[in-house]
Design a protein around this ligand. Structure first.
Ligand SMILES: *[C@@H]1O[C@H](CO)[C@@H](O)[C@H](O)[C@H]1NC(C)=O
Length: 202
């Protein structure tokens, strides 16, 4: 009986979820940067690296990043929003420490190489195929309204000259009045495992 009720609740949630799909403000805020060039043939990058005079310059983007959910999902005016950003090196060469990760709380236009963010994090060394988690936070504007949080990995472009195009991304969030209460409905993807867990809990 409890199980049947739980299932009915799930179905109701699923219906609510599909109705919400048209609501632009409720775009998922977990962002994944996956615009990537083709990696060159094995060996090509290594050869180019040997000839490079720059501190470290790949001829393809070796970095990638993704984030956890931004928290809170609708930040309050003048308060902080935070997340964990996972930075990954897919290249076959270590990326030395000091790569800069820049974040702007509200920037609508793309940033160029060398610009600094509202906050800038210096990353630790990243060995080939290593991923590191960076806890990041930034202060939202003092006024409510829409804001575009922008994340730019390798903003000094010391690792790759094209990082502004390949590992920079923004997402839209809504800054609410300080002290606002709101409900955010999130529908988990239902696979047999998660459905089973939900039924047990109920
Ligand atoms: C974010 O920046 C845009 C463009 O400058 C501006 O119109 C908007 O009001 C800003 N949003 C907030 C919440 O301050």
């Amino acid at each position: 009986m409890a199980a049947a009720r739980a299932l009915a609740t799930l179905l109701a949630l699923a219906a609510a979820g599909s109705a919400l799909a048209d609501e632009p403000r409720l775009k998922p805020v977990r962002i994944v940067s996956r615009v990537r060039q083709e990696a060159p043939d094995p060996g090509a990058g290594v050869e180019a690296l040997g000839q490079s005079a720059a501190p470290l310059s790949f001829d393809y983007e070796p970095l990638d990043w993704w984030s956890d959910w931004f928290n809170p999902i609708k930040p309050e005016a003048g308060k902080k929003q935070k997340t964990t950003i996972h930075v990954s090196n897919h290249g076959d060469t270590a990326v030395p420490k000091g790569t800069i990760l820049s974040i702007w709380a509200n920037r609508t236009t793309p940033a160029k190489c060398g610009e600094t963010g509202d906050v800038d994090y210096k990353l630790p060394e990243l060995l080939p195929f290593q991923t590191k988690a960076i806890k990041a936070s930034w202060q939202m504007p003092d006024t409510p309204g829409e804001a575009q949080v922008r994340v730019f990995l390798d903003s000094a472009c010391t690792v790759f000259s094209g990082s502004a195009d390949y590992v920079q991304q923004s997402f839209t969030t809504t800054v609410v009045e300080a002290g606002s209460k709101y409900v955010y409905l999130q529908l988990a993807i239902l696979n047999p495992g998660s459905l089973w867990r939900l039924l047990v809990v109920n």
